[in-house]
Design a protein around this ligand. Structure first.
Ligand SMILES: *Cc1c(COP(=O)(O)O)cnc(C)c1O
Length: 225
């Protein structure tokens, strides 16, 4: 089942869209089933769970942190995390820079942008995003161990397709703006600003139509949580 689900999503979305298999709360055997089907990128939203799974599973898996990250937990994932999707403050970015330096790594991150109509605590609004980009770009010397690779966003949890589509479209416009603005710019915002992480089980086809190149899909691969 898991293999067939992955295959179907990949066929639908094509080669230019990276599939992050969201394995939060799911057991190791299910992850291994996906692994044997060729899946190598997995997303988790809790630090401890991701560390435990990293320790027990094959080392060629790419682990993506997709959930809210507390500053005091950054250090636990620094040795192995492949991409952090959920950076939503300068304080967190500074901690990732500090821990990245300690680990002698450049950590790839996405900035999480708040696009939904519903109330949520996480994500930067457009003004905060502009401020953060400005802070970082005016002090590139400070950020040698973090690379801002793009943006992540979540649409409102609703059946209203028009609303979801307009939220994704908005994020794509913001993404294109910063992609253009950061091209030829020194680190940490470089030509590598190329990832747009949007789309989950219920809305990834719309997200891909609106320009997503990275989808985070859990329940339709592994079943309901
Ligand atoms: C859980 C989660 C997903 C996957 O959700 P599904 O509806 O199971 O596909 C994607 N993104 C984030 C940030 C999540 O926390």
């Amino acid at each position: 089942m898991i293999a067939a689900n992955i295959h179907k999503i990949k066929q639908e979305t094509g080669q230019n869209v990276k599939l992050i298999a969201v394995s939060k709360t799911k057991p190791l055997e299910m992850i291994m089933e996906a692994y044997r089907a060729g899946q190598r990128i997995f997303g988790e939203n809790k630090v401890q769970e991701m560390v435990d799974k990293y320790n027990q599973l094959p080392k060629d898996i790419e682990w993506h942190l997709i959930g809210h990250l507390q500053t005091n937990k950054v250090k636990y994932i620094m040795p192995f995390v492949a991409l952090i999707h959920s950076v939503d403050s300068l304080k967190l970015l500074d901690e990732i820079e500090k821990q990245g330096a300690k680990n002698n790594r450049v950590i790839d991150i996405l900035l999480q942008v708040y696009i939904a109509a519903e109330e949520t605590k996480f994500g930067l609004d457009e003004k905060e995003l502009a401020e953060l980009m400005n802070d970082v770009n005016s002090n590139p010397e400070k950020y040698k161990h973090v690379a801002i690779r793009g943006l992540m966003g979540m649409a409102t949890n609703t059946d209203d397709e028009k609303q979801v589509r307009s939220e994704f479209r908005k994020l794509k416009i913001i993404f294109d703006y910063y992609k253009l603005k950061t091209s030829n710019h020194p680190a940490p915002c470089t030509d590598d600003f190329a990832l747009l992480s949007m789309g989950m089980s219920q809305d990834y086809p719309i997200a891909v139509e609106e320009g997503s190149n990275m989808i985070r899909v859990g329940s339709i691969i592994f079943g309901d949580r």
